[in-house]
Design a protein around this ligand. Structure first.
Ligand code: B12
Length: 321
């Protein structure tokens, strides 16, 4: 930025002052200047270059993103894209989140493989066709459990991580959720099991995180196990009513957050007139030390599938005997 007004000059800061404000070393500022072009832009003849409010706002973005684990090169790209100052001479850094609008930013996927990285990139671009294609291929090639563990779970967890750090990515989260739901539903429809539905899948009251249950539904379909899916936000009275009407061998009750993990829901299932053989409390919401006796907590999708299949088999066997 060139010199624009006396006020900008007045507000311009020395490297030391900027370093103190941001809580970084002056040498870090120098590195960001030399390597990534995030330097002071105000030049008053005869003085050291000074940092303007725009420079400061960009450096604040740089500091925040690097602290969140974004690589310096990428953080600098975001910082340089920061809009010009608002009329009062400041930039609003909170508006600058790496969302998918122009394809920038990253979703961390840990050690997950290239497919997960590709899915994460497609997610950041909000490229629904590529997202659906990647998930569809994986489901066809590797099956539901491997696709969930190796592809979907890392990307979903990465989106959650980014969201927690930046409060952004809500658009990405919604689009990916929808694509995952559609792909899992298509996989479930492709292999509809025969026989009575002995497994009841339900979210806890007010619980809207349905994707893990949808993954379970697709995995059960793949394994030839019939189920009924009640979906999101099932009040406990409705759940008990469904149990009494359908007499399932197992009920899987999903809670993703502490807020929806009221163990009373599990106790109600255990006290139902047609008490299921197995009550599974699935999801990270449940606290092991508050579960009523007799409730089982699966560790992952594969275990939820095998427990459901085993209890279905044992009920079918007892009905034959
Ligand atoms: C997608 C998503 C949404 C979507 C859900 C869409 C859908 N149809 O499911 C929408 C947009 C609706 C949503 C809403 C909200 N969300 Co949300 N969401 C997520 C996200 C990104 C992924 C959820 C998911 O499917 N995870 C699946 C895997 C990744 O979870 P996991 O815990 O690793 O699961 C393992 C274990 O549970 C274990 N396991 C044990 N038993 C079993 C059994 C089975 C069958 C399976 C499959 C697995 C399993 O294995 C799993 C791995 O497979 C998470 C981030 C995250 N880390 O989960 C946030 C997250 C869960 N959401 C969060 C929040 C805060 C919300 C909202 C409150 C936001 C809001 N302010 O409105 C609402 C909640 C509404 C409600 N009352 O439920 C927070 C929860 C924080 C907390 N711990 O309390 C998270 C962690 C994001 C974050 N970091 O802030 N969300």
């Amino acid at each position: 930025m060139t010199r624009r007004s006396g006020r900008v000059v007045d507000e311009a800061l020395s490297a030391g002052a900027v370093a103190r404000r941001l809580g970084v070393a002056v040498t870090t500022l120098r590195t960001w200047h030399q390597r990534y072009g995030l330097g002071p832009s105000e030049h008053v003849p005869g003085h050291h270059r000074r940092y303007t409010p725009t420079d400061l706002a960009r450096l604040e973005i740089m500091r925040r993103l690097t602290a969140e684990g974004v690589s310096p090169a990428e953080a600098a790209r975001w910082a340089r894209q920061a809009p010009d100052p608002t009329p009062n001479g400041t930039v609003a850094p909170t508006r600058i989140h790496p969302t998918g609008r122009d394809g920038g930013g990253t979703i961390p996927v840990g050690r997950a493989g290239p497919a997960a990285r590709g899915l994460a990139r497609a997610a950041m671009r909000l490229d629904a066709a590529a997202i659906s294609e990647t998930i569809g291929h994986a489901l066809a090639a590797s099956g539901v459990v491997a696709t969930w563990e190796g592809l979907l779970r890392p990307v979903l967890a990465g989106i959650g991580e980014r969201h927690a750090a930046t409060a952004g990515l809500i658009d990405v989260e919604h689009l990916v959720s929808r694509c995952v739901s559609e792909a899992l539903a298509a996989a479930s429809r492709a292999k509809v099991p025969t026989g009575p539905a002995r497994i009841l899948l339900s979210c806890a009251d007010e619980e809207q995180h349905t994707l893990p249950l949808e993954a379970l539904a697709a995995a059960l379909a793949e394994a030839g196990v019939s189920y009924r899916m009640l979906g999101a936000r099932v009040p406990v009275a409705a759940l008990v009513e469904a149990v009494n009407r359908t007499g399932p061998a197992a009920v899987v009750l999903w809670s993703h957050t502490r807020a929806t993990a009221d163990p009373v829901q599990l106790s109600a299932l255990l006290a139902a007139p047609r008490r299921p053989l197995l009550v599974l409390a699935a999801g990270p919401g449940w606290r092991a030390d508050t579960l009523p006796a007799g409730v089982v907590r699966p560790v992952d999708l594969a275990e939820a599938v095998s427990l459901s299949a085993a209890v279905r088999d044992s009920l079918d066997q007892s009905r034959r005997d």
